[in-house]
Design a protein around this ligand. Structure first.
Ligand SMILES: Cc1ncc(COP(=O)(O)O)c(C=O)c1O
Length: 450
């Protein structure tokens, strides 16, 4: 394509971004081109997994606010998917957005040489709100990247090479993170992965102890245990009470670093700022992400206890990593505003109270439709509804979508649907979700003769 044509195309797209008043023709064109370009330039075959295309007419998202996502034609969705935990403070939270805009007015990215102050302020704030003596922070851009850094840090700090992870775990899809993953589907195409990984049953501390003891007995050194305090992607699996404490004791006994991946369950979602706080356990390394950027900026990271930041890292701080964009001023400003907002508005408490309200109503629906719903579980606003089959789950997700409620659930992955709405969702909105869910359940029960 000629340079002039590319510029002409980009003029149009940038015009759409600047426009406050798109015409219907423009909206139709954007919709059609989005479908076309996704298929032809993003990923062939991907669209069929999207309810927004595979149900009625394609819905292209254009704006969002509070508990809602909106399509380009004004279609309104109560967001119960919540970006899998991103939107704890809501969509485009005004306070966080205002701070971000103010930062953008004077600096976006950092020089990479001068001292960027917000990195320091954010690290101090994270240390202030995390349990025990968690202290040194390292900021990254995505969840998997934070996990990579945690894995490397554990190796450098302990001198060990083995990792213990759990069946069902999800820590991201980069090479190291997927090696820790506990699902064959994501791992198999990429084997051989990081070799020194053993997977044990989630929630079973004895299984973990046995594997570590056996490895040490045969002369291998274990670097870390990596765990989600509540497994998210696996379908909101809450381990038995006392499990995290027992794993902590095993790690202390065998001098293994304990990594908690709080990327999804942290930042207030389960009723405490961090899930590990609910059991009074302090890991050696903790990762965070998703809601950390306030639903506006991507920012993730890790925090570790002082003994993990070993002399080798003091001597060469770049050894762990030096991501160009990690902890940039824009992202840090959003995270700083997010932490303040969460503390001021007591977001963990809101998650707990609204989660209790929502799960109670979901459990009542379970009682009413036992042939459609198999289980309802979770804590705070990290909830899951498990259906009898994938097909039935997809029918519910599709019906909810057509009634203006967004949930996860694709054609091939709908048996268990997570509900992770914003903490600022109102009780009226929860009631609306439940009412629409009731209709979806009734229609599906009749259609599938359950
Ligand atoms: C617990 C956990 N860790 C890591 C990740 C990976 O994060 P990202 O998708 O930002 O790489 C996720 C994402 O769902 C997650 O839930």
């Amino acid at each position: 394509m000629s340079k002039e044509s590319v510029i002409e195309d980009l003029d149009k797209v940038i015009g759409y971004i600047h426009s406050n008043d798109l015409s219907q023709n423009e909206k139709d064109l954007i919709t059609n081109q989005t479908v076309d370009y996704f298929d032809n330039y993003v990923s062939p075959g991907w669209l069929k997994y999207r309810k927004s295309v595979s149900t009625n007419a394609a819905v292209v998202e254009w704006t969002d606010n509070g508990s809602y996502c909106y399509g380009i034609n004004g279609e309104e969705f109560i967001d119960c998917l919540g970006g899998f935990g991103i939107y704890t403070c809501g969509h485009r939270n005004e306070e966080i957005l205002a701070t971000l805009k103010a930062q953008l007015e004077h600096q976006a990215l950092h020089s990479q040489e001068l001292l960027d102050p917000l990195r320091g302020y954010l690290a101090k704030a994270v240390a202030d709100i995390t349990p025990g003596d968690l202290k040194y922070c390292f900021f990254t851009n995505g969840g998997a990247e934070a996990v990579e850094m945690a894995l490397k840090l554990a190796r450098i700090a302990t001198g060990g090479s083995w990792y213990i992870s759990t069946v069902g775990a999800f820590h991201g899809k980069s090479m190291g993170a997927v090696s820790m993953g506990g699902k064959g589907t994501y791992r198999t195409p990429y084997v051989p992965l990081v070799q020194q990984v053993q997977h044990v049953e989630y929630g079973n501390a004895e299984d973990m102890r046995k594997v570590i003891r056996n490895l040490q007995t045969v002369g291998e050194k274990v670097a870390a245990v990596i765990l989600e305090p509540i497994q998210g992607e696996a379908g909101v699996i809450v381990p038995p009470k006392g499990y995290l404490k027992e794993v902590r004791a095993i790690c202390d006994e065998y001098k293994v670093a304990l990594i908690f991946d709080e990327i999804q369950c942290g930042m207030g979602r389960t009723g405490t700022m961090w899930r590990c706080e609910s059991e009074g356990v302090v890991p050696d390394i903790m990762t965070y992400g998703k809601a950390f950027g306030g639903g506006i900026m991507p920012i993730t990271g890790l925090i570790c206890r002082p003994h993990m930041w070993v002399q080798e890292l003091v001597d060469n701080p770049w050894l762990l990593g030096s991501p160009t964009f990690g902890g940039n001023p824009l992202a840090c400003s959003a995270a700083l505003a997010t932490i303040r907002y969460m503390l001021k508005e007591d977001i963990p408490k809101q998650c707990q109270e609204k989660g209790d309200y929502l799960i109670d109503k979901l459990k009542k629906l379970h009682q009413k439709y036992p042939t459609v719903i198999e289980d309802v579980r979770g804590i705070g606003l990290m909830l899951a509804v498990e259906f009898v089959t994938d097909e039935v789950g997809y029918s519910i997700a599709k019906s909810l979508f057509s009634q203006g409620v967004m949930t996860a659930g694709t054609l091939v992955n709908s048996k268990c649907i997570r509900f992770e709405p914003a903490a600022i969702i109102t009780y009226e909105q929860i009631d609306q979700v439940i009412e629409r869910m009731g209709k979806a359940l009734q229609d599906t029960k009749e259609e599938y003769k359950l």
